[in-house]
Design a protein around this ligand. Structure first.
Ligand SMILES: [Mg+2]
Length: 336
C-alpha cells in the first residue's frame, strides 16, 4: 500500500495479527521482514498454495467468515490429500482501497473463519497490497519421511473409495436454495467445506494413491489415473464408476433433481473437497476401519481398469454420458 495509507495498513495488519497465538515453533512471526519457523526434527515439509478470486470462487454476498473459511479449506484439502499435518500459513491479500474488505471489522471476521479449521496451524506472515480483491494462501505441513501419499501408484483392480458425499456444493450453485435445513446444509457445503485432514492421515498406509476432489469427480479421477502411468510407457488406466453407489446426502436427495441432473452435479460439479483413494481390495476393510476412527464415512464407488477410459455405469450396466467432464480453469468453453 502507498505511504498515505500506511497507518491504515498497520491497523489492518494488527486486525490480522491479533488472532495469532505465539508458538515455540515460530521463533520469529508476523511483523519482521520474514518469518522464521522451526520444523519438527525428522519430518519432511509439504507445501501448497491456492488463491481465491472474487466472482470465480466466491461472490460479494458471502460473509467474511465464509471467505476466510474457504481460503483455508481449499489449501488444507490439498495437504489432506498428501496425508500431511498442517503447521504454518502465509496469507497474501490484495484489498481494494476504501472498500468493506479493507476494514478491521471485515478482516476480524475473515480471520475467525480462516483460523477456525485447525488448532495446530499458525499464521506466520504474509503481505497486504491494494488492488482488486485477491486472497492467496501458502500452507506448510509436515509428514514423516516417505509417508506422503501421492497421486501416482494406482493399479488395475484397485477399488476407488470416496469420503463423504458428492454434489452438495454444486447443487447449491445450480439453483437458489432456501433457508430451510436442507437448503442451509447444501450452502454450508459450498461456503464452508470440510477438508478431510484426519481421514487423509488415517488413509496413509492403506492406499496406493490419493487426490482431493475439487474440480469434479471425473476430472480428479482422470488426474489420478494419468498420474499412475505418467513416467512409463504403460498405457493409461481406466475406471468404471457405478452411479448407484455415488454417496448422496439427504439434503441433495430432497432437492427434487432428476437422476441425470443429480448424477451430473455429482460427477462434474466440483467444490466437494472430499478425498478419492485407490486401494487394493485386500486393504479395503482396514482402510474403512481406520477412516471410522477419523469419524469419516467412505464409499466404494467403482474400480480401476486397464481400459484407458472412464465408464460411468447405471444399475443395468448401461453407459451414462455426463454433460461435462469437470472443471478446467483454462478451458471454460468445454465446461460451461
Ligand atoms: Mg488438490
Amino acid at each position: 500500500m502507498n505511504s498515505s495509507s500506511a497507518r491504515t495498513e498497520f491497523e489492518l495488519i494488527h486486525a490480522i495479527a491479533r488472532h495469532v497465538k505465539p508458538s515455540a515453533q515460530v521463533p520469529i512471526g508476523i511483523g519482521d521482514d520474514a518469518a522464521v519457523i522451526a520444523p519438527t526434527p525428522n519430518q519432511h515439509l509439504v507445501t501448497t498454495t491456492d488463491s481465491l478470486v472474487l466472482g470465480r470462487h466466491f461472490t460479494s454476498d458471502w460473509t467474511a467468515h465464509d471467505i476466510g473459511h474457504l481460503a483455508m479449506a481449499v489449501n488444507l484439502s490439498d495437504l489432506a490429500a498428501m496425508a500431511a499435518k498442517p503447521r504454518w500459513a502465509l496469507l497474501n491479500m490484495t484489498l481494494p482501497k476504501d472498500s468493506v474488505y479493507a476494514t478491521q471489522a471485515w478482516l476480524d471476521e475473515f480471520m475467525q473463519g480462516f483460523l477456525s479449521l485447525d488448532d495446530g496451524l499458525v499464521l506466520v506472515g504474509g503481505n497486504l497490497s491494494e488492488g482488486p480483491l485477491n486472497i492467496g494462501v501458502v500452507l506448510i505441513g509436515e509428514v514423516m519421511p516417505d509417508q506422503a501419499i501421492t497421486r501416482s501408484g494406482t493399479q488395475v483392480g484397485d477399488l476407488l473409495v470416496l469420503t463423504g458425499t458428492l454434489g452438495d456444493a454444486a447443487a447449491a450453485l445450480s439453483r437458489p436454495v432456501d433457508n430451510a435445513p436442507f437448503g442451509l446444509a447444501l450452502r454450508q457445503r459450498l461456503h464452508r467445506p470440510t477438508p478431510r485432514l484426519l481421514a487423509g492421515q488415517h488413509a496413509a498406509g492403506h492406499v496406493h494413491a490419493m487426490i482431493d476432489v475439487s474440480d469434479g469427480l471425473l476430472a480428479d479421477l482422470s488426474h489420478l489415473l494419468h498420474a499412475a502411468t505418467r513416467d512409463s510407457a504403460t498405457p493409461p488406466l481406466g475406471a468404471e464408476i457405478e452411479l448407484q453407489k455415488l454417496p448422496t446426502s439427504k439434503a441433495m436427495k430432497a432437492m427434487g433433481f432428476s437422476e441425470a441432473e443429480r448424477w451430473n452435479l455429482q460427477l462434474s460439479g466440483g467444490n466437494d473437497y472430499e478425498l478419492l483413494m485407490s486401494v487394493q481390495p485386500s486393504s479395503l476393510t482396514p482402510l474403512l476401519a481406520d477412516l471410522q476412527l477419523a469419524n469419516t464415512d467412505a464409499t466404494v464407488i467403482g474400480q480401476v481398469t486397464s481400459g484407458g477410459e472412464i465408464l460411468v455405469l447405471d444399475e443395468h450396466g448401461g453407459h451414462f454420458v455426463p454433460a461435462k467432464r469437470g472443471w478446467d480453469h483454462f478451458q471454460e468453453t468445454a465446461d460451461e
